[in-house]
Design a protein around this ligand. Sequence first.
Ligand code: IMP
Length: 430
Amino acid sequence: MPVVALIGAQWGDEGKGHLIDLLASKARLVIRYGGGNNAGHTVVNERGTFKLHLVPCGIFDPATVNVIGPGVVIDPEVLLSEIEELERQGVSTAKLFVSERAHVIMPYHVMLDQLQEQERGEGKIGTTGRGIGPAYADKMSRTGIRIADLLHEETLLTRLRIVLEEKNRLLTKLYGAKPISLHDTYLQFLEFGHKLANHIADTHPIVHRALEKDLPVLLEGAQGALLDIDHGTYPYVTSSPPGAAGACQGSGIGPTQLSTVIGAFKAYTTRVGEGPFPTEVDGPEADALRQMGTPWAEVGTTTGRMRRVGWFDAVMARYAVQVNGIDTLAITKFDVLDSLPTIKICVGYQLNDTQLEYPPATVAVLEQAEPIYEEMPGWMTPTTGVRRFQDLPEAAQAYLARICQLVGARLGLVTVGPHRDQVIPVADVF
Ligand code: IMP
């Protein structure tokens, strides 16, 4: 049975929520493997519109088991309010399991994230301010608090006492902020542990029993390949590995067990936050791509920030395919291009006298690279009602074929609207 990793392959916000919702309906186990509540998936289904930050999208199917894996960093308050909201709307969370090994985002992580951003001034990263970077930094420096610790009074108190001593020195002496109370934080996080207790589990046996039984498994990505801590546009990246390797590491599944890696790409490109974006446009071209006032409006689900927009960048896309072993493309928001007379694709970068096939590793060089564009005719026809590839206008088919050729992977599906059925399946992924 397939183990499918669905990863964002640009700078996040590729419309993964829609795809995950679609694929989750075919999976029996869905695992969210990385990031935290810096992510946001908007899911529109027959039960309503849902904004999920931590809970996997398989939650809408009562038969599906949902796991928040060891690679995720969890703000328990956010998770609890998401669980409450789902239950309030009649969605059962009985089959939601949170890994004991996942790390907790603590209040000092959120404070430090925001204070560090202020300190960076002009050089800010544009983080979501949710404490993600500091939480992963503590995990790596082995001073993190894990979900399991919330269930053990003594461990929590001991760890918190040690960590807070250091964090409070940092907060007060370096940033002039108020210290965090050991007493209050201890009680608050113990309470979070109690409230989450029914969901907290060793998720390893759950995952491996599903693999043994050959059940279809979906690894649900957050963020995108170009925000990867190692392979992204550093330092304008997130602090986790959102790609295929991260999918294995963050869920506890070996790479040899993946059967397919689907890369989600918008039919154009967007980015929130700071950092290089070679194909970025502004003015009327940007307004057309931004689709304000529609369900597709380019505003971030988590932060409400306006997304930067630009043309499809095949140099970055090919790189994401290569780094992650993406074999199948899911092209999203294709209908956004419906009214454009011509469409550009970036097929290379010009750097002084040299034409580049690969994105340069450093931001300073990437910022000097000029995109080389190929122009393709638009189709000027609505595609929102199309459900078969062969019914797409010829120019639309040609655009998709060119993307596949440039990036080196097959086409799996295309989305043409926000609803579950607004999908053109091309290859069988489950
Ligand atoms: P952080 O993950 O909050 O530390 O933010 C680091 C960078 O990643 C910033 O540029 C954010 O805008 C970006 N980022 C983090 N999560 C997402 C996401 O889910 N979608 C799009 N961008 C994201």
